[in-house]
Ligand binder design. Structure first.
Ligand SMILES: NC(=O)c1ccc[n+]([C@@H]2O[C@H](COP(=O)([O-])OP(=O)(O)OC[C@H]3O[C@@H](n4cnc5c(N)ncnc54)[C@H](O)[C@@H]3O)[C@@H](O)[C@H]2O)c1
Length: 259
């Protein structure tokens, strides 16, 4: 039976933040579209946001909403959430993918770096949950996946303290929201990737971080790809993950297991 008929004849709606980049967000959006979700493409980059939604529409033969959204702007997150509910009537899945990082040692970090990182990675995740959860509660169902990072628990200088602190905060936020909302039929989980290659990361991490990573750190002899994360998110938002909530899934080729 086609998936859409299992949900009252309507397609399930998934809202993905930072979905129009070169990495994880776009792979998640594409995978959820393949899963027959009506995916709402949001991203701070307005032009790429529209272009990616058009590309998905061409690939799938149906329309996808695209809404420019900077997750650090609470009013904008609220407005986009309301617009999606108005246009589509429901939000079944929320994937908080937006992240930002600048690597500076604590002793030299500019306060603006700290604030920007907390704002995008942690506040933005909270804002989206704060706006979407009431709609999910009203419908009595929903699934949220927050994209954290193994930086949340690794003891390393590689990622910078702002990013590590923000991503650790995302885990705490995930667990408390899961505890609060299970009784409403809502599951909240986090995914913590290790190195997921994209060309942009080459520019912000030193070369030494990448050199030999596949051979000497990954237990499976390769770096991760956005599709690896998309496949896990697809499972976690779906019915087969109905007994899973409040969990954190590391996905790092075994580089930094979390248990
Ligand atoms: N790539 C990795 O190795 C890796 C590892 C661990 C965790 N993560 C996390 O995965 C997520 C995706 O990372 P990625 O590297 O695949 O990038 P991505 O391509 O999925 O995301 C980049 C996109 O984020 C958008 N963006 C930036 N700031 C935004 C904001 N304030 N509001 C809305 N959109 C914004 C950009 O416009 C860009 O399109 C992030 O949360 C990141 O911290 C990535």
């Amino acid at each position: 039976m086609p998936a859409q008929y299992e949900h009252g004849g309507e397609r399930r709606v998934a809202l993905v933040t930072a979905a129009a980049g070169a990495g994880i967000g776009a792979a998640i959006a594409r995978r959820l579209a393949d899963d027959d979700y009506d995916v709402v493409i949001t991203d701070a980059h307005e032009r790429r946001c529209g272009a990616f939604a058009s590309q998905l529409a061409d690939e799938h033969g149906r329309e996808f909403l695209s809404m420019p959204l900077d997750v650090t702007d609470f009013d904008a997150v609220d407005a986009v959430t309301r617009a999606v509910v108005e246009k589509r009537g429901r939000i079944d899945a929320l994937v908080n993918n937006a992240g930002w990082s600048r690597i500076e040692p604590v002793a030299e970090m500019m306060p603006d770096t700290w604030l920007r990182c907390l704002d995008v990675d942690l506040n933005g995740t909270f804002y989206a949950m704060r706006c979407v959860l009431p709609h999910m509660i009203a419908r009595g169902s929903g699934a949220i996946v927050n994209i954290s990072s193994i930086a949340a628990w690794e003891t390393t200088a590689e990622h910078g303290a702002a990013y590590s602190a923000a991503k650790a905060g995302v885990l705490a936020l995930t667990r408390v929201a899961a505890a609060e909302n299970g009784r409403h039929g809502i599951r909240v989980n986090a995914v913590a990737p290790g190195l997921i290659y994209n060309d942009f990361l080459r520019r912000i991490y030193p070369g030494a971080f990448f050199d030999g990573y596949a051979e000497s750190r990954s237990l499976v002899g390769r770096v991760g790809h956005p599709q690896d994360i998309a496949d896990l998110v697809s499972f976690l938002v779906g019915e087969r993950a109905g007994y899973i909530t409040g969990e954190v899934y590391g996905i790092s080729g075994g580089v930094a297991p979390n248990a």
